[in-house]
Every structure is written in C-alpha cells, then in structure tokens.
Design a protein around this ligand. Structure first.
Ligand code: AMP
Ligand code: TRP
Length: 323
C-alpha cells in the first residue's frame, strides 16, 4: 500500500551519522514506493538560541545534505517550513486542543530546557504541536524518524484523534517508521545518544574527512568488561549492520566465539563509513556549485506543498467554524 510520508529536520548545523542512519537514509529508500514530503523545519530551529544572520546558510546546508544523500525532487516534495505559513496556522488551532499536561511529559522538552536554562521559551514547550501541524497538514500517515522523536509522533496521533472527535473525522493517525539504527550512540560515551550538543568527539559528521572518521572510531569506547553487552561494541555493530549486514554477521560470529579483535572491528567500521560517505561528500561538493538550482528546488517544493496545505486548511477552517 502507498503511504503518505512526512518528515523533517532542523537546520541547526552539520548532520551526523545518527541523523543519517536513524532518518535520512530511510527517507531516500521510501521515495521509490511512497508519496513523500520532506521539510527543512526552520521555525522549529528558532526554539533555541541562534544567529539570524547564519540561518539562510544553515538552511542551504541542510538542503545540500538532503539532496546529496539522495532525496530527489522528481520523486519527493522538498521544501522549507516557513515558506508555507499554513504550518503555523494549523499549529495555533492545535494549541487550543492540546492539554498542557501532555506537553509537560515530553522528554525532549525536559532535556532541552535543562540544556538551555537561560532560554526556556514557550516555543520550546509547544514545539511538538508545530510538529503535529507539519505532519497533519499533509494528512501524512507515516513519519520516518529516529527513536527520540517517537513521543512526538505519538502526540501527533493524540492531537489527530482529539481533533477528529471534536470536529469530525479529518486527519489520519500517523505512526513512526523506525530503522534498526534508530538510536546511534556517541563513540566517546556510548551510554548517550550521538548528538551535536555533546561536543565534537561525540558525533561523526557526514562531512568529516576520512582521517577524522578513523580517529573517532579508533578511540571509540568498547569497555570489554561488559562482554557482549558492552554498549560501545553494540553501537559499532549497529553502525556496521546499517551499512553492511554481511560484514556485521561475520564479526558477530567471531564475537560469539571469543575470537574478535576490537581493533579489527574498528578498522572495518571506519572503512565502511568512509566508503559510504565518499559518494555523498562528492555529490555535496558538486551541489555546492549549484546553489541557485537548489534554491529553485526549494521554491518549487513549497509551491507543491502549499497546494496541499491550502486544501487541508480550507477543510479545517470550515470544521472549526471560522471562514
Ligand atoms: P535532530 O538532529 O535531533 O533534529 O534529529 C533529526 C533526525 O535524526 C530525527 O529523526 C532524529 O530522531 C534522528 N536522530 C537524531 N539523533 C539520532 C541518533 N543518535 N540516532 C538515531 N537517530 C537520530
Ligand atoms: N522535531 C524533529 C527533530 O528535532 C524535527 C521535526 C519537525 C519533524 N517537524 C517534524 C520530524 C515532522 C518529523 C515530522 O528532529
């Protein structure tokens, strides 16, 4: 069955391997079978401190990442959230049916408000409502994301249910799509998820050079005292498996029989990452020289997205009793 897929990422700087294996890689695969819409969620990125002068560049950088990874404007709609103001309009309406208690339960809000104590703004708190509007504006029924976003997709489902109950059936109840690699951990501290906010040593950027990748993987913590359950070893396997299942199988057998050398595993993991990122990095460099074409793709995507968004908003306005 064909699904309607929606997902997005914030333009907050270089993407890392977690973003790629947890989300972007599966977006690329989904394009062939389903109707897909992929968004650059710039309004979401305003919920933490940022430099407005750098925002345009960050949006372009993320668009380059999307396209270099293989998102294809011939197959999918690719656009910038703020180009389609219907997102914030629907978010307002959803604000009025979302209980505060549900927002207070959001793990990401708790984490981010602890991280950014000086800027705990209302937008950071209501951000899952904007995310629900992103998804439901297109009546998407599947949302490919990493594990940390599952709670937000569940909230989207609750909002859809509540709206449908109050104003008659309008929205589908979307579900997340997760990969096996939905939670890639930091090489330096494999008990924490790979994330830019932890610092340079805690993530592998998609644009890291071969040398940097080798260094980061070689110094990955494996902590042998925990045997097969060592989170660092599990993480290396998860990365390898996502790129090359057969290679992972072989190493897992060695691991079981006790003959696995971690240095061998690390060499193969590093080489596999480097091998897979090389074509991405090359395409990205080519696209850098075609920024005008990239801008055109995004404008064109916004036109296509807005047509759908306007239709939904017409229906929504009628149902809620405003016109
Ligand atoms: P973010 O960088 O937090 O905006 O996340 C963008 C996308 O990448 C979301 O779908 C996340 O769930 C996913 N993601 C972020 N970090 C990881 C990670 N360490 N492992 C797997 N997926 C991740
Ligand atoms: N909240 C997501 C993140 O931080 C980004 C996002 C915004 C999103 N709107 C979305 C993801 C809609 C999926 C669908 O990664």
């Amino acid at each position: 069955m064909k699904n309607l897929i929606f997902s997005g990422m914030q333009p907050t700087g270089a993407l890392h391997l977690g973003n790629y294996l947890g989300a972007l890689k599966q977006w690329v695969d989904l394009q062939d079978e389903h109707n897909c819409i992929f968004c650059i969620v710039d309004y979401h990125a305003m919920t933490i401190d940022y430099n407005p002068k750098k925002m345009p560049e960050r949006i372009t950088e993320l668009a380059l990442d999307y396209l270099a990874a293989g998102l294809d404007p011939e197959k999918s709609i690719i656009f910038i959230q703020s180009h389609v103001p219907e997102h914030t309009e629907l978010a307002w309406i959803f604000n009025t049916i979302t209980p505060l208690g549900e927002l207070e339960r959001m793990t990401q809000f708790k984490e981010k408000s602890a991280q950014h104590r000086k800027n705990v703004n209302a937008g950071l708190f209501t951000y899952p409502i904007l995310q629900a509007a992103d998804i439901l504006l297109y009546k998407a029924d599947r949302v490919p994301v990493g594990e940390d976003q599952v709670q937000h997709v569940e909230m989207t489902r609750d909002i859809a249910k509540k709206f449908n109950k109050k104003f008659n059936k309008t929205f589908p109840e979307p579900k997340p799509i997760l990969t096996e690699a939905a939670r890639i951990m930091s090489p330096t501290d494999p008990t924490k998820k790979m994330s830019k906010s932890l610092g340079d040593k805690h993530y592998i950027a998609l644009t890291d050079s071969a040398d940097v990748i080798r260094k980061k993987i070689r110094s990955a913590v494996t902590d042998t005292s925990q045997g097969a359950d060592s989170p660092g070893v599990k993480n290396l396997f998860a990365i390898l498996e996502a790129f090359d299942e057969d290679a992972a199988k072989g190493f897992k057998m060695e691991h079981k029989s006790g003959s696995l050398k971690y240095s061998d595993l690390k060499d193969v993991v590093a080489n596999t990452i480097i091998g897979h990122l090389a074509p991405f990095q090359e395409r990205r460099r080519e696209l850098e020289a075609e920024k005008e074409r990239v801008a055109e793709i995004l404008i064109n995507g916004a036109d296509q997205a807005q047509k759908i968004a306007q239709k939904t908003m017409q229906e929504v306005r009628k149902k809620i009793g405003v016109r």
